[in-house]
Ligand binder design. Sequence first.
Ligand code: WQD
Length: 338
Amino acid sequence: MNKVLVTGGCGYIGSHTIVDLINNGFEVISIDNYINSSRASLKGIEKITGKKIKNYKIDLCNYNRVRKVFLENKDIVGIIHFAALKAVGESSEQPLRYFKNNFNSTLNMLEATKEFGIKNFIFSSSCTVYGNAKELPVTEETPFQRVESPYGLTKQAGEEMIEFFSKANPKINSILLRYFNPAGAHESALLGEAPNVALNLVPIITEVAIGKRKSITVFGDDYDTRDGSNIRDYIHVMDLANAHTKALEYLIKNNNKTNCEVYNLGIGEGASVLEVIQAFEKVSGKKLNYKIGPRRKGDVIAIYSNYKKAKRRLKWKPTRNIEDIMRTAWVWEQKRSK
Ligand code: WQD
């Protein structure tokens, strides 16, 4: 009984988490319709772990199709639900698509958890739920702020749906993991962030460095921060992956105090946009072509985590820093562009 169902298993964080789950003795199956990922991730996982992962290419919004996966796999010990549309800007242009996809897929996964008596459910959430937090670092008790995007709402409301569901189903144990800024790639460069269109800072930096893009614009250097640019808490994707394994092991051992717990996953310190660029230049030895531009709508000024609760309860801690992120992201970009 150590089979885990990962939704979005071919995506960036999902694929890296599958590697860590396998490294820790779990058997994994995936559901992914490749809407924002590719089956190439399965190849990468196989090359790294030697394990072939079965992926069900189905739409999580179709409950009959979801049911079939559970009818075929009676021994699922837990679900890790990553699958979601996650581009903040795009969500503001396509709110209905985001609400239908992200809410219906989560509702169907909760339905299946109940129908098939799955005991452990882990949900991929985001620091977006904190908005422009008044106090830093943010802890799990930091109150929600009104979100700036439909994407953020699907995370905030997704968390609350699972909380109510857990209250009504005491036998089901859930954990909500609030990611800060995931970045970097697996050390082997066989897996990494492979966005169709890079929207996040780190892949944009490596695309400029490799020549896929002419330059990068720093969205504002007149903020009230140490160097004027925005501050974020960048967490290496493999550290983030391991937090999921630790959370699942924690639930399987029934170490949880309540049946719906929340954890911040960051490294507990902030890096500014300019500091991320400097870290890249240091590890790559390349000068980056960037210019300062206007602020981006919806950006929070600064946010970084207090992750002590995950350290204490899940026995998890991050082991990589921003230079490890930039080094692995750069190696991955060079490999990917060959
Ligand atoms: C980081 C910083 C930009 C691009 C988002 C989501 C969050 C999570 C991670 C899903 C910001 C600056 C960026 C550029 C720049 N996603 N930047 N020039 O917005 O912090 O978080 O992705 O869970 O929910 O909100 O990440 O990488 O877009 O931006 O100056 O060309 O880099 O202004 O300060 P963000 P990001």
